[in-house]
Design a protein around this ligand. Structure first.
Ligand code: ATP
Ligand code: MG
Length: 444
């Protein structure tokens, strides 16, 4: 195991010394075996939640009704969950009630896929009753037990199958794929927020193009409770290879890296990647916003994606391969676009378009000019200011100087001053700006 799990061993030891079985479980076991970096460490134990809380100094009762206690040791957090079974599923959603149990094997049985149903003991023994290791080695997403049954218990698992297949480049086992196609209508019972969380992981993962292809082939998104804009529900990301059931390997599987994923891989943040996908799919700002709203993303993330898509309409012509010649004109148009969108949005748009320019030079059918993008980036870096609050004068100073009452006119004057400074026509100094304001008032 890696350093992170090594560091977590004392948590297992504490539980074991108190007489309770405790193991690493789920994603961290899967990822450490596959040699991937671990996102978080989940621990399962025979100890009941109140026992877990009594054994550690710092704990948070994160989800007591599900048996989960967060344990904090050395500023690291671990989710410690009591062995449980999930008996009563209702309405194709995860159960509201759980039963705590004494045996690890029963806990592994409730888990979705064999690769997620392995446990690792503190002595290094792997507990793998459902053949997860073989499936991991073969790159196969297979349900624990009957796929049909597991998808009917919790329909989100169908989306999770796509998520794991796409991020790891694995194939969905034919039995699971068939069950998915038969049961996809059940997705309408799943909370949009849970679907959104899985999609967010897909886009943050290594195979967004595989996710797009699998989602399109499965027809899953079209079955969600709230319809998503057509361009998003049936994505065409230029990824034409149909995820066919090939030679018994199931849907998905190994393949080359197409431009969309190559471009997204250059982007660190999920928000940049979402905006990149919207631009690649040529979604309108309204459809981009609606997509994220339906998926219950936080308002801040929705607004930032929307403003990048909006800026794209104004800025794309400046970055188009043929538009590179019109530099002086572009400067003013770019300044206006930046001032309207704000510097954060402009920087995000530049990161995204440069990432696409560096992969295959295209975004949503538009051919980008790297040279033009570099120029826009340089101009942005040189803009003396990009917001009214950075000006050397403010509204009240302006009003006092011109002897006017604060009002809408003050705001529009400040905007004009800002534009002039951003264009490099006027220095950002008090005297120069007040003089310009006088002229603007006289010309009025
Ligand atoms: P990662 O943390 O890398 O996204 P993960 O496998 O840890 O992947 P989580 O969503 O954190 O995924 O879930 C932790 C574990 O809980 C899974 O590995 C799986 O064993 C189990 N699990 C999570 N969601 C479900 C579900 N809907 N049905 C059955 N088991 C689930
Ligand atoms: Mg996890």
């Amino acid at each position: 195991w890696g350093d992170e799990m090594e560091a977590a061993l004392p948590v297992l030891h504490t539980l074991e010394h108190a007489g309770y079985e405790a193991v690493f479980v789920g994603g961290c076991v899967r990822d450490v075996i596959a040699g991937r970096s671990i996102t978080d460490i989940d621990i399962a134990t025979a100890a009941l939640p109140d026992v877990v809380m009594s054994l550690f100094e710092r704990t948070v009762p994160t989800g007591l009704q599900h048996g989960t206690v967060t344990v904090i040791v050395d500023e690291r957090t671990y989710e410690v969950t009591t062995y449980r079974s999930e008996a009563d599923y209702e309405d194709y959603r995860r159960p509201t009630d759980v039963a705590f149990i004494a045996e690890l094997e029963g806990d592994l049985l409730r888990r979705d896929f064999t690769i997620n149903a392995m446990a690792l003991r503190s002595n290094g023994t792997l507990v793998d009753p459902y053949g997860g290791l073989t499936d991991l080695r073969r790159g196969r997403i297979r349900c624990v037990g009957q796929a049909e049954e597991r998808f009917r218990e919790d329909a989100l698992r169908m989306v999770r199958a796509v998520r794991f297949a796409s991020t790891f480049g694995y194939a969905i086992a034919p039995s699971a794929w068939r069950a998915l196609l038969r049961n996809r209508e059940l997705l309408r019972y799943v909370a949009m927020e849970r679907i959104g969380a899985e999609l967010d992981k897909m886009i943050g993962g290594a195979g967004p193009h595989r996710a797009a292809a699998l989602l399109a082939a499965s027809g899953l998104l079209a079955r969600a409770k709230e319809p998503l804009p057509a361009g998003f529900a049936k994505p065409d990301c230029g990824y034409r290879q149909r995820p066919a059931l090939r030679s018994g390997r199931g849907a998905g599987g190994a393949d080359g890296v197409p431009p969309l994923t190559a471009a997204l891989a250059r982007l660190q943040s999920k928000d940049d990647r979402w905006a990149g996908v919207f631009l690649a799919l040529r979604l309108s700002p309204e459809d981009a916003e609606e997509t994220l709203q339906r998926l219950r993303f936080p308002g801040r993330r929705i607004a930032s994606a929307r403003s990048v898509v909006m800026l794209h309409a104004a800025a794309a012509p400046l970055a188009a391969a043929s538009g590179a010649a019109a530099v002086p004109l572009a400067a003013a148009a770019w300044v206006d676009a930046v001032l309207a969108a704000g510097v954060e949005t402009a920087s995000a748009w530049l990161r995204i378009t440069r990432a696409f320019a560096a992969s295959d030079g295209q975004i949503g059918g538009l051919t980008l000019s790297s040279g033009a993008l570099e120029q826009l980036a340089a101009q942005l870096a040189q803009m003396p200011c990009t917001a009214v609050r950075e000006l050397a004068v403010n509204g009240s100073l302006l009003c006092a100087h011109l002897g006017m009452k604060p009002g809408p006119r003050t705001g529009s004057l400040l905007q004009q001053l800002l534009r002039s400074v951003a264009l490099g026509e006027t220095p950002n100094g008090r005297a120069a700006l007040l003089a310009l304001a006088e002229i603007l008032e006289e010309e009025r």
